[in-house]
Design a protein around this ligand. Sequence first.
Ligand SMILES: Nc1nc2c(c(=O)[nH]1)N[C@H]1C(S)=C(S)[C@@H](COP(=O)(O)OP(=O)(O)OC[C@H]3O[C@@H](n4cnc5c(=O)[nH]c(N)nc54)[C@H](O)[C@@H]3O)O[C@H]1N2
Ligand SMILES: Nc1nc2c(c(=O)[nH]1)N[C@H]1C(S)=C(S)[C@@H](COP(=O)(O)OP(=O)(O)OC[C@H]3O[C@@H](n4cnc5c(=O)[nH]c(N)nc54)[C@H](O)[C@@H]3O)O[C@H]1N2
Ligand code: SF4
Ligand SMILES: [Mo]
Length: 659
Amino acid sequence: MSEPREETKSICPLCAVGCSVRYDKATGRARGWPGAPVNEGGELCPKGIAAFDVFDDAERLTHPLMRRNGDLEPVSWNEAYDRIEREFGEIVADHGPDALAFLGAPHCTNEENYLFGKLARSLGTNNVDNRARLCHDSTMSAMEERLGSGGMTNSLADLAEAGAFLVIGSNPADQQPVAFDSYVRPAVNAGAQLIHVDPRANATTRLADTHVAPRPGTDALVVALLVKTILDEGLVDEEFVADRTEGFAAFAASVDEMDTETLARRAGVDPTAIQEAARAFGEAERAAVVAGTGVEGDGPDDSATADALLNLLLLTGNLGKRGAGMNLFRGLNNEQGACDAGALPHRLPGGRPVTDPAARAQVADVWGFEPPAEPGPTELDLVREFGAGIQAAFVLGENPAVTKLDRQGVARGLRSLEFLVVQDVTHTETTAHADVVLPAAVWSEKAGTVTNLDRQVQRMRVLESPPGSARSDLEILCALGERLVGDGFEYDGPQEVFDELAAVNPQYAGMSYEGIGMSSQRWPFPDGADEGTDILHREEFMTGERRAPFVTIPTAEPADEGTEEENELVLLTGSRSGDIAMTTMGSEVGTHDDTLAIHPVDADARGVADGDRVVVESQDGRVELVAERSQGVRRGIVFVNAGVADPLLGAGRTRVRIS
Ligand SMILES: Nc1nc2c(c(=O)[nH]1)N[C@H]1C(S)=C(S)[C@@H](COP(=O)(O)OP(=O)(O)OC[C@H]3O[C@@H](n4cnc5c(=O)[nH]c(N)nc54)[C@H](O)[C@@H]3O)O[C@H]1N2
Ligand SMILES: Nc1nc2c(c(=O)[nH]1)N[C@H]1C(S)=C(S)[C@@H](COP(=O)(O)OP(=O)(O)OC[C@H]3O[C@@H](n4cnc5c(=O)[nH]c(N)nc54)[C@H](O)[C@@H]3O)O[C@H]1N2
Ligand code: SF4
Ligand SMILES: [Mo]
């Protein structure tokens, strides 16, 4: 660092909670900002305190790079832009704009994501998506479909009023610590019930009144069982069901046909424990669901668990009121904002479908052209098409080469692209495949807005200068926009872009840069409103309807029955992180470890003692890990940190053998 850092307020880049941070000269680390919107008392988690240490100066990209004779060599910005202009131009001329893919960027600001989406659409394609897809795809889809928005329905502050929490597939005590400690923990300490559904006990379980450990992937059955008890025991909010839902009779009939013993056996849970949990949830005046990555299905159509959770909330009248709701605890810092700003293949800024002619026309009023009407494929499908339907990709602040999916397949795809541009702050597994690499500024070197998990838009500020000739993502996107498109990309900094975003996105319409100031503004904030809306769906759902539908949940036998006979164990992964988070690993953060958690009975059957080095093998690969016997994991499964499990993962649910 060449010059001293400014000590003013910015936003922690390390998770979606959106804590305010400032640089503290005395300690050389980050400190909270008392009176901030999220971490009011200045609280930070250990990760946040290390926010200035995440990016190692020595590892930063400082100059544009271009591949020549196989190697990436430093070039001027003009040479890099010329090459992109030429290659993109040729590919569009030869194959049309749908041969391009734009991937990014939940680490970037709202303005940057907005320009990224605008760039793709200016070139004539909806092939733009972001990594929210990998973490919360099916939950987001179910919420969009039935409630009209994937946004967290309630606010963090409001959760403190819940009388019961159902935390499912989520470990907020570790993964969203300030949200958990400041809002959920105090409520539980004051008497709220916490039901935790996870095949493995984790830090969140320590605060739980009830821990349900189902077989992995059977959450829809567990929630169906909760629903059944609520119906059987008359814990239904009849007024809400009559006034705000549809399809109740058919739904109730489908639940009536379910056999508790059969479902409980399929999910591997004790029916009595489920009944007690259902009573705690159903009898509470206000009950909230907190959901994480553990309930993700296999793609947007596999949303049975999210659908079951929405049924539960509709049945108990826990939507559109305080201390309740469907609270998706997101991961990356600007995952929500990337979606709001339109870095999605099926949505325009503000979450409106690209298929909606009125939305396209409203966007066209500002942009001067109408965006394409046909939704693009998801990021996962775009990557599968690399080298086939997709000839060139622009990757903004993502690392698709590291994925929880088929890693070799992605690497093959990246290699087979005609042309790949990667805009990042360091070298990654993805820049290794790039034809042009553009060096970007990191969070503390740029300004703009980000939107946290409870829909609060906050401002980041420039605290220091970028190294070498690195530039903010915004500057780079403006320059590229002018080259590739021409008009519509001249802005004098992030505030001008934000003003345009607010004009295009009706949910941001009443917001302003000054209004946000040192505080925050929350969407929906329509034009003319005095303030944002903390609880969604109060009078009507964001579909525009007063009623939301019940959905019948499939309850068939899960596919991975009978693994124990084959001496195989089901692999469970968690403690997800991206590289940006892994950079701080090994310090206070400690999310990356090479232990294999295994139930003592399974360990005995294999002669495995605590601390043994074991070889863990799946169909796709093998890793060596250190065994840790634990009553906290279900029998028949083993738990491995997501960052370490990578080589083992293939398509579908992974099973492993241990030797
Ligand atoms: N094997 C494995 N795969 C996983 C996971 C896992 O734990 N293990 N986790 C999954 C999850 S939950 C997620 S969210 C995804 C994360 O997937 P990604 O978003 O792809 O991962 P990250 O490594 O967090 O960030 C991507 C890149 O953004 C860059 N970056 C950071 N800030 C900026 C910026 O301001 N500008 C630009 N241009 N670049 C920036 C970082 O240097 C990094 O290379 O990965 C998923 N895949
Ligand atoms: N310290 C730290 N915090 C982070 C991050 C980080 O890298 N480091 N990354 C951020 C990101 S990008 C994300 S997406 C979030 C993720 O935050 P979370 O969603 O909380 O992520 P995980 O810890 O991966 O998974 C939560 C739990 O899901 C459980 N699980 C796995 N399979 C199933 C299942 O079938 N059913 C049920 N019920 N549970 C299951 C796992 O056992 C695990 O305990 O964290 C964010 N916060
Ligand atoms: S909870 Fe998230 S946003 Fe807050 S300090 Fe920790 S990592 Fe940063
Ligand atoms: Mo994530």
